[in-house]
Design a binder for this molecule. Structure first.
Ligand code: NAP
Ligand code: MG
Length: 493
């Protein structure tokens, strides 16, 4: 079967609550599209507050059920491993479904959405049996003769509300679900309205893997209705969100008001700094990958490029060659090198930023336009800003294949410019000089600093933002901390 046909066999369109498919209570649906053609591919249940309420109740019941609460960590580990296996068994169909709905190139859906998700599940499965506390000696002297021992336990955070974006639909969901399940939490997942399909198929596979009903629920719908209802639901103990800083701020304010735990992974405007000792070809490849990967729809996309002046012209020329030569097309087309933006609305937003840059004095070196097909394509775009004008592009997250490039003369000054952002998610420095790399590592205000690489993530490496790029960290031990509460136990004897 052709991949696009295979994808259609995996489409599910109802909500998944308490181990069962159901329509939204109000019966409404919304369309989802193939961004490569603009064609509607399905009508999906539009969940609202009532559906979120049902899902949260199901998650609460599951949390309190013996089937989940008394399950041993080793049994939880086995279930998560089984889900990883099922994801791979159905990998062709799920990767195709992601490409159909999100637009990314099929090999990337296979490698990241399926392969990466399976990797994250397996890594987090291992944590289920390794969650631990500490023990402490206390110095309490009262009442006389009584001694004390204290220790800490990590207990599940409880019902987790997960709200995820459309750039890596399945992988972002797994980044949250895998540690939550490893810690013994239950989950209500709200995928992005643009890309709900792989999350629904995942819920079905989790059921098949043997997770008790209600442990993983998926409510599709839009942010203002389903997402906001989840973020304010009193039955949710913890919200975990990836998306824009604007929405993250609202969710954070709600959680602050309710004193609900929250992990927020928000936007970025990540700098890429190329030092003058770098090989030009390596610098060009690195900078191109940093911005054009996943069509620029990456929270750590390297969208501000600072090049040491002696290399500036050569690096810019190399990047323009790559941008001009990029073949746009459907993610199913093996000849395509870049797919579409996720939606017509997002394409308009990205092109709006390009228009602003032209008005503000940026020079278009490559791209800058859409494509005349029906799909939501934007040509890879490079804007030179040799005079360092204060372009809107340097402040706002575009989330598209749009790079702004600037030369620099002074290392400390470029580090200052790199840090001159409300964001602090990622940053990269490209050099073979240890002192330069170390100085940048020490100085850059970013949750991840890459040296001679960019956008690299691993389940064992903490990920998250400084400043307005977020609160908390995902992955590794940090994720276990994020999905557990710490309980101190004090015993007198
Ligand atoms: P977004 O609005 O922040 O959406 C992220 C998630 O939050 C989606 O599931 C969305 O639902 C939901 N949401 C929206 N409004 C909500 C609300 N009031 N309460 C609770 N949940 C809500 O991002 P977007 O609209 O998809 O994209 C806008 C821009 O955000 C992008 O251009 C990009 O700059 C940035 N972004 C950043 C990331 C990242 O990884 N840091 C990811 C995505 C987008 P619906 O989409 O279904 O309405
Ligand atoms: Mg949205």
């Amino acid at each position: 079967m052709q991949a696009a046909e295979l994808a259609k066999t995996a489409i599910r369109t109802q909500l998944f609550i308490q181990g069962r498919w159901c329509d939204a209570e109000q019966g409404a649906t919304f369309p989802v599209y193939d961004p490569a053609t603009g064609a509607e591919i399905a009508q999906v249940a539009a969940g609202t507050e009532q559906d979120i309420d049902r899902a949260v109740q199901a998650a609460r019941q599951a949390l309190q059920s013996d089937a989940w609460r008394r399950m041993t960590p080793a049994a939880r580990e086995r279930l998560i491993l089984r889900l990883a296996d099922l994801l791979e068994t159905h990998g062709d169909e799920i990767a195709a479904l992601e490409t159909l709905n999100q637009g990314k190139l099929l090999p990337w859906s296979q490698a990241i959405e399926v392969g990466g998700s399976a990797q994250w599940l397996r890594y987090m499965a291992g944590w289920a049996t390794k969650i631990e506390g500490s023990s402490f000696d206390l110095s309490l002297a009262f009442p006389p003769g009584v001694r004390y021992r204290a220790s800490t336990l990590r207990v599940p955070a409880g019902v987790v509300g997960a709200i995820v974006p459309w750039n890596f639909p399945l992988a972002m969901a797994i980044w949250k679900i895998a540690p939550a399940l490893a810690c013994g939490c239950t989950v209500v997942l709200k995928p992005a309205e643009e890309t709900p399909l792989t999350a629904l198929r995942l819920a079905e596979l989790a059921h098949e893997a043997g997770f008790p009903p209600g442990v993983l629920n998926v409510v599709t719908g839009d942010g203002p209705h389903a997402g906001a209802a989840l973020a304010r639901h009193p039955g949710v103990d913890k919200i975990t969100f990836t998306g824009s800083t604007e929405v993250g701020r609202m969710i954070g304010a709600q959680c602050g008001h309710d004193i609900r735990r929250a992990t927020l992974e928000l936007g970025g405007k990540s700098p890429v700094i190329i030092m003058d000792d770098m090989d030009v070809a390596q610098a060009v490849q690195g900078a191109a990958g940093a911005i054009f990967f996943n069509h620029g729809q990456v929270c750590t996309a390297g969208s501000r490029l600072y090049v040491a002046r002696p290399l500036y012209d050569a690096v810019l020329a190399g990047l323009a060659d790559i941008a001009d030569g990029t073949v746009l097309g459907s993610g199913f087309d093996p000849g395509a090198q870049m797919g579409p933006m996720v939606s017509a609305r997002h394409r308009a937003r990205v092109l709006g930023f390009v228009d602003d840059a032209i008005r503000e004095g940026g020079d278009i070196v490559a791209g800058g336009d859409a494509d005349d097909s029906n799909g939501f394509f934007v040509r890879p775009t490079i804007i030179a800003n040799p005079g360092g004008k204060p372009l809107t592009l340097l402040r706002e997250e575009v989330f598209g294949p749009v790079l702004t490039a600037m030369p620099f003369d002074d290392f400390d000054e470029v580090l200052r410019q790199a840090n001159d952002s409300s964001y602090g998610l990622g940053a990269s420095i490209w050099t073979n000089r240890l002192d330069s790399a170390q100085h940048a590592i020490d100085t850059l205000q970013a949750g991840t600093v890459w040296v001679n690489s960019h956008n690299m993530v691993d389940p064992n490496m903490p990920f998250g933002g400084f400043k307005q790029s977020g609160l908390g960290r995902e992955h590794g031990r940090s994720a276990i901390d994020a999905y557990t509460e710490l309980k101190s136990v004090c015993i007198a004897y």
